[in-house]
Design a binder for this molecule. Structure first.
Ligand SMILES: C=CC1=C(C)c2cc3[nH]c(cc4nc(cc5[nH]c(cc1n2)c(C)c5CCC(=O)O)C(CCC(=O)O)=C4C)c(C)c3C=C
Ligand SMILES: [Fe+2]
Length: 357
């Protein structure tokens, strides 16, 4: 049996190229077309192009500020590190690691073709989004499964792993990265003059109304990490993309930070970008540049925790997560259950059936 582990990511342009960024944005808006009514596929596509054109100058400016996104490079390194770890565990011949992006090359349908060409007969999809969301985790798996279905004569076993933020090893990586960063910056997290903000990528509330529990995952994960790093007081903020007239998760990170400063609650704020496993425009521009300016305007020093994308324990964690699928074990033995965010056979997660804490 030849197994292909497919690491699924959002993708982001590595260079600030207008045409590339326009196509990237169009794909994102089209994938989220259900947020608005459209009379036809063609109308939805046109609307996506229109939204992309409108957002293009702002996003180009962001990529120009950082010289393109490091997301792809970091995702490649994670895939290589996972392959090396699996080879160390004896999976050098029977397993290949692939990475596919929702909105950038290598696009998911192209990677599905590659799986077919390579004769992969067992596919394990692992979205690198620790907090399971509809437009990311679920959508990326749906895209991979439909791309595979469209390839004539190709019918591999397909399994996928959705939410994994409850993994103890993951929580340890994240908590250590916060504590080590605070130490390096000389910041005492328990000092009453230090405020702590978990910043999560936001989501349109329509997706929550349709059943996504993303906001609950954000809340329970923030609570778990706060306990691990020994703080009682913290805030949660969302980084939203308000390009359409729709409502998103509240409060926004920017508002949370401005309020801390205006109310003179602290001298400094530590911000943990909890939804991401890569550095990208949301961390390098929205937090490091834009939010820092907002914080300074209200008298706060901002300390942004780096994303632990290259933590040496991350490939071990991913290997532990995929081993049940490679070794023919019953997933429930490893506390993996039928995913409820994507209630399809072969989709497992660590969240289903347990109440948020
Ligand atoms: C759970 C929610 C989301 C996560 C996590 C997420 C990750 C993520 N997003 C980008 C970059 C962009 N996202 C954009 C749009 C967008 N993102 C989400 C949700 C999550 N994204 C949604 C629902 C949407 C669609 C918005 C809409 O249709 O109106 C965009 C384009 C829009 C913009 O910037 O204004 C970008 C770019 C990355 C890199 C990323 C990585 C994990
Ligand atoms: Fe996004």
């Amino acid at each position: 049996m030849q197994t292909g582990i497919v690491l699924l990511n959002f993708g982001e342009p590595s260079t600030p190229d207008r045409d590339v960024v326009l196509d990237y944005l169009t794909r994102i808006f089209y994938d989220n077309a259900s947020l608005e009514e459209a009379d036809s596929e063609e109308a939805a596509w046109e609307r996506s192009r229109e939204l992309a054109q409108r957002r293009l100058p702002g996003l180009m400016e962001e990529y120009e500020e950082i010289g393109g996104s490091p997301l792809q490079e970091q995702a490649d390194a994670q895939a290589e590190a996972l392959a090396a770890e699996l080879a160390d565990r004896g999976h050098d011949d029977d397993v290949e690691v692939y990475r596919a992006m929702q909105f950038m090359e290598p696009l998911i349908p192209d990677v599905a073709e590659e799986l077919a060409d390579d004769g992969v007969d067992s596919v394990v999809a692992v979205p690198i989004y620790p907090l399971c969301g509809p437009s990311t985790t679920v959508s990326s798996i749906n895209s991979l499964e439909s791309a595979i279905d469209e390839i004539e004569g190709y019918d591999p076993d397909v399994a996928s792993l959705t939410g994994w933020h409850r993994s103890p090893a993951y929580n340890r990586i994240r908590a250590d990265s916060i504590a080590e960063f605070a130490d390096d910056e000389g910041v005492d997290l328990t000092d009453s003059d230090t405020a702590f903000v978990f910043s999560a990528h936001g989501t349109p509330t329509k997706y929550l109304e349709e059943g996504s529990r993303y906001d609950q995952y954000v809340e329970e994960h923030a609570e778990a990490l706060a306990r691990m790093i020994g703080i009682d007081d913290y805030e949660i903020g969302y980084q939203n993309h308000e390009n359409r007239d729709i409502s998103w998760t509240e409060p926004e990170t920017e508002e949370v930070v401005e309020e801390i400063g205006r109310n003179d609650e602290a001298d400094r704020v530590v911000v943990e970008p909890m939804s991401f496993m890569h550095e990208q425009s949301e961390t390098l521009v929205e937090l490091d540049i834009d939010l820092r300016e907002d914080a300074e305007e209200v008298g706060l020093d901002l300390h942004r925790v780096p994303v632990p994308h290259d933590d040496l324990r991350f490939p071990e964690l991913l290997s532990d997560l995929v081993e049940p699928f490679l070794s023919g074990f019953e997933p429930s033995y490893y506390n993996l259950r039928q995913c409820q965010c994507r209630d399809e056979p072969g989709t497992y997660c660590m969240n289903a059936g347990l109440q948020p804490q």
